[in-house]
Write a protein that binds this ligand. Structure first.
Ligand SMILES: C[S@@+](CC[C@H](N)C(=O)[O-])C[C@H]1O[C@@H](n2cnc3c(N)ncnc32)[C@H](O)[C@@H]1O
Length: 220
């Protein structure tokens, strides 16, 4: 059995060798896995709010569902207590974080420059019943992150792409060892990728489905 990864195709194929004909297999994509199943009333309410926002088109450049599910999975599995998000938009990625933070008894601090999108996000947080877990800071995040003083378990970068390195420099000192920096739309931030890959105190891998997510560990 030989396994190869074909760069750019984002799928892994397995070849069964030695049996005459190689058999070509493909790993399933997230779209083939089916929708998430709600386990609690809170999950049900958050999933309903996400579906309602999509139906009402209260959207702006939000993460696709597989990315949101990955954010939730990373947050819950690491037991994160404090997530900092740069780029709230209308709150969809924030809702995925809250699904995990409800379990970890954590909280989300999220930054958004646009007044209208910030207001829509607040309404989504209220509808989902997670508003007590969320602090939304409206205005330019490059300035406002300077007010953060408490340790961070996960940073999610999803605002102005040219600003990722500045956000990294400002927030990394607050990220606890073992914490994660997640950067969305990795194809749009080559300089950021070069920066994190060049550092011995960081370890980065890419989740290539959806919008593409660089997952960086701040080593212990
Ligand atoms: C890609 S969207 C975020 C999507 C959101 N994370 C989601 O998945 O629901 C980027 C957002 O970043 C905001 N943004 C851009 N530059 C910003 C800045 N300097 N400070 C705060 N927010 C900013 C934009 O207004 C926009 O709403």
């Amino acid at each position: 059995m030989k396994r190869i990864i074909l760069p750019g195709l984002l799928v892994t194929y397995s070849f069964a060798m030695g049996s005459g004909q190689p058999r070509l297999r493909r790993n399933p994509t997230n779209d083939e896995l089916g929708p998430p199943q709600a386990r609690s009333e809170m999950e049900k309410r958050i999933l309903a709010t996400l579906a309602g926002a999509i139906q009402a088109q209260e959207l702006y450049a939000n993460v696709p569902e597989p990315d949101g599910r990955m954010l939730r999975l990373l947050t819950e599995s690491t037991g994160a207590k404090h997530v900092v998000e740069i780029g709230t938009s209308t709150g969809l990625s924030g809702l995925w974080f809250c699904m995990a933070l409800d379990r970890t008894r954590g909280r989300l601090t999220t930054f958004e420059a646009d007044t209208h999108r910030a207001a829509v996000a607040q309404e989504h947080f209220r509808k989902a019943g997670v508003e007590k877990m969320v602090t939304l800071v409206q205005g330019d995040a490059h300035q406002n992150v300077a007010r953060l003083k408490e340790p961070i378990d996960i940073v999610f970068l999803d605002a102005d792409k040219e600003g990722y390195i500045d956000y990294l420099n400002k927030l990394l000192p607050l990220v606890r060892p073992g914490g994660l920096i997640l950067a969305h739309n990795v194809d749009m931030v080559p300089e950021y990728m070069k920066t994190v890959n060049a550092r011995a105190d960081l370890e980065t891998l890419v989740y290539s489905q959806g919008g593409g997510l660089a997952v960086t560990l701040k080593k212990r």
